[in-house]
Design a protein around this ligand. Structure first.
Ligand code: PHE
Length: 342
């Protein structure tokens, strides 16, 4: 019997040592220490022994063994629980010395950067920003600007119609009429920046949506010389003091005389290349002396008042400044394009 006890002890200790999880410990406990476990069955066997000496000796072995196994089980349980907890803590541990992850930082769209810069230059010359609606009446977009129905000039600006007599503005010029009507007969210097819309085929050179900045000055004795002076100042501030500018005769129904303004091509230095179509000059804006009919529509007396107006395309300014050859990049949302302007 004593031999059986010591065999049991050796086996139980070996298996306890080998168990490495709480589940295995449970199984071990069932096998040895439960009511139907091996210790209990040995006890039963010992109870059946005839010789009191043998019985005593056997009890003297198995009772301490029972206690010891219980104690060792508790110890083993604790150490496994601690190991599992340590492992969990280690796996959830954050390395607080690592650098933080930050989201990408946005930046100004190049169109907005240039729009603000252009507005700033004219604001310092005394022009005030004036906002006007993107959805316009046919009247303000065309008729008040001396473009009657069926006038061939309407073909220059393909139009998105909202209804028969409401349009998406095709240029910022209807703002001229709105500003004059709000301020006449006071002298005015206003700047009308914003998006305009044209129902055109989208190509590398034309978009259906782009930005213009319109300028309008009305007062007494305002002439083409004033227009030329402020535009020259603008060109020098925006493109640099050495940039040359010429006025070229043109036609707009709402200005008379009308001009287009060119600057010398910086790509070929004026000798002629693909970008300037071999002319050495690049067109940057349309302008002119406000037509008397438009002055009258705005509430000014053309006998007393005169004025000038100009309209420049912002996308074109950005393209010239950064050497961008396709207008579609601006609205593509392509980050590789936009990140160049951070
Ligand atoms: N509105 C004209 C255009 O969009 C530009 C312009 C503005 C011309 C003011 C003359 C005076 O083409």
């Amino acid at each position: 019997m004593l031999e059986q006890i010591s065999e049991l002890k050796a086996k139980a200790l070996e298996e306890l040592e080998a168990s490495s999880s709480l589940i295995e410990l449970d199984e071990w406990q069932n096998l040895y220490l439960s009511r139907k476990g091996q210790v209990k069955s040995l006890l039963k066997e010992i109870g059946k022994l005839e010789d009191p000496q043998d019985k005593k000796a056997a009890y003297g072995e198995i009772n301490p063994l029972n206690k010891e196994l219980e104690r060792l089980l508790e110890e083993r349980k604790e150490s496994i629980q601690k190991a599992e907890l340590d492992q969990q803590i280690a796996s959830e541990r954050e390395d607080t010395s690592l650098p933080g992850t930050t989201g990408g930082q946005g930046s100004m769209h190049p169109i907005n950067t240039v729009l603000e810069e252009v507005c700033g230059i004219f604001e310092r010359m005394g022009f005030q920003i004036w906002e006007s609606p993107h959805v316009e009446t046919d009247q303000n977009n065309f008729e008040m600007l001396n473009i009657p129905p069926h006038h061939p000039a309407r073909d220059m600006q393909d139009t998105f119609y909202v209804s028969e007599d409401v349009v998406l503005r095709t240029h910022t010029s209807p703002g001229q009429v709105r500003a004059m009507r709000a301020l006449a007969p006071e002298p005015i210097r206003v700047l009308l920046p914003g998006t305009v819309y044209r129902n055109e085929q989208i190509t590398g050179r034309s978009e259906i949506q782009f930005n213009q900045v319109e300028g309008l000055a009305v007062g007494t004795n305002i002439t083409m010389a004033d227009l030329k002076g402020i535009l020259e100042e603008f060109v020098h501030q925006f493109f640099g003091p050495d940039r040359r500018m010429v006025l070229r005769g043109s036609y707009f129904p709402f200005t008379e005389p009308s001009v287009e303004v060119d600057i010398d091509c910086n790509l070929c230095g004026g000798s002629g290349c693909g970008v300037c179509k071999k002319t050495g000059w690049l067109e940057i804006l349309g302008a002119g002396v406000v037509h008397p009919k438009v002055l009258a529509n705005g509430g000014y007396d053309p006998e007393i008042h005169s004025g000038f107006a100009f309209g420049l395309g912002i996308e074109r300014m950005v393209m010239l400044r950064h050497g961008i050859n396709d207008i579609r990049h601006f609205y593509s949302g392509n980050l590789r394009f936009l990140e160049q302007f951070d």
